[in-house]
Write a protein that binds this ligand. Structure first.
Ligand code: UD1
Ligand code: UDP
Length: 379
């Protein structure tokens, strides 16, 4: 019998954990693979929330997170720490997801050991190295080293091929975030208490129109965050509206948002929600206002209009489909866009169409079969 392929899956932040748990579940259920999980813990609490609901116990945990960490110190720690784990585990292949510092350093440490790198969510491009920063460059670096490129959409695959990546190494798989969303929705359907913790807010805001907000992008720190906060203050003056805003643990976000929005009647600034509760918020919200990558993918899948507080996006599919709109971080512009959706039924209906350009919920299964093909070619 051939030995199972030994895959080391490396991740460190909340979105990577959400987008990789379906793949880890599939790898662990498949005897063709031996899957080892290494978390950098670039995030701590927000990572642990996902590990817990997904039932994943890491084999290695570098626990690198420092308060208000700088990109250079973080990257240096990640590179040496992940390299040490690779030397110990000696995997056949290394899998990373997306564009975080952990993904970039994990790919680089693997490349330094001549280990093939499998890149989940490959080929996203905004074509602006400062938006999102530093993610646009991180994913280009990973793309330069990857062995298999799992592109979520045809647009992402085309971007890689335009960069002269061998087309036979690029596969359109859909985005695993849709697998994760389906999985968590099924869990909530079977056990509603998993998402029951918002009940108090739901009754406090009964009859109001809920706007869900998330924000954390580094390129929005400073002026951008101030613009976002001023917009939310203005929106929350409307008596028919309530804002539910789980505030990212990055101190640069919390300082501004707590200062500008704390104590407002119509604004609930709450701690980061675990994934079932965030899925509940996505369902409760009439509109999502966000600078998050993942939320841009999830909201269209649920037919929720999403206003994206960025200048550019590497996820044009939602904008092209009409469910997402780029609104930047200028306060008055955000207010105008939200008021249009609240007050113009046609404008709202035009955006509120369930649309799933990002995947069908079977991406993890496709990725696993593509990896199995790889074993057959190598055998
Ligand atoms: C990181 C990723 C970004 C991703 C985002 C998802 C990089 C460079 N950035 O940004 O691509 O979109 O995660 O959320 O990889 N913190 C905590 N507890 C946590 C998480 C964060 O206290 O569980 C605080 C810490 O003070 C930490 C800071 O947030 O130093 C920043 O975390 P970091 O991972 O460097 O950056 P993010 O802004 O979260
Ligand atoms: N999310 C969550 N709890 C929250 C906010 C977001 O579980 O309080 C989930 C959300 O559903 C999405 C992911 O976190 O899947 C997005 O992560 P984030 O916005 O931190 O990072 P990005 O996607 O921008 O890299």
């Amino acid at each position: 019998m051939t030995q199972p392929l030994r895959i080391l899956v490396v991740f460190g932040t909340r979105p990577e954990a959400i987008k990789l748990f379906p793949v880890i579940h599939a790898l662990k259920a498949d005897p063709r693979f031996a899957c080892t999980v290494c978390v950098s813990a670039q995030h701590r609490q927000m990572l642990d929330q996902v590990l817990e609901i997904a039932g994943i116990v890491p084999d290695h945990d570098l626990d690198v997170m420092q308060p208000d960490q700088t990109l250079d110190a973080l990257t240096a720690n990640l590179l040496t720490g992940l390299g040490r784990v690779m030397d110990e585990v000696r995997p056949d292949r290394v899998m990373v997801q997306g564009d975080t510092a952990t993904a970039m350093a994990g790919a680089l440490a693997a490349y330094y050991r001549k280990l093939p790198v499998d890149h989940v969510e490959a080929g996203l491009r905004s074509y602006n190295i400062h938006h999102p920063w530093p993610e646009e460059v991180n994913r280009k670096i990973i793309g330069a080293m990857a062995s298999l490129h799992f592109a979520p959409t045809a647009t992402a695959a085309a971007a890689l091929i335009k960069e002269n990546v061998d087309p036979t190494r690029v596969h359109v798989t859909g985005n695993t975030v849709i697998d994760a969303l389906h999985w968590v929705s099924d869990r909530i359907a079977a056990e509603p208490a998993l998402a029951g913790g918002l009940a108090e807010l739901e009754s406090r805001f009964a009859g109001k129109r809920i706007i869900g907000v998330t924000s954390h992008r580094r390129e929005n720190f400073g002026e951008g965050m101030e613009g976002i906060a001023s917009a939310i203050r203005r929106i929350a003056e409307r008596p028919d509206v309530a804002v539910i805003f789980p505030v990212h643990l990055n101190p640069n976000v919390r300082r501004v948002m707590n200062g500008a929005l704390g104590g407002l009647d119509n604004v609930a600034l709450i701690e980061p929600l675990d994934y079932p509760h965030f899925a509940r918020l996505l369902n409760l919200a009439e509109i999502m206002l966000t600078d998050s990558g993942g939320v841009q993918e999830e909201a269209p899948a649920l037919g929720k209009p999403v206003l994206v507080m960025r200048e550019t996006t590497e996820r044009p599919e939602g904008v092209d489909a009409g469910t997402a709109r780029l609104v930047g971080t200028d306060g008055p512009r955000i207010v105008t866009e939200i008021f249009t959706l609240l007050d113009d039924k046609d404008a709202y209906e035009a955006m509120a169409r369930a649309h799933n350009p990002f995947g069908d919920g079977r991406s993890a299964a496709r990725i696993v079969e593509l990896l199995a093909d790889e074993i057959r070619h190598e055998a």
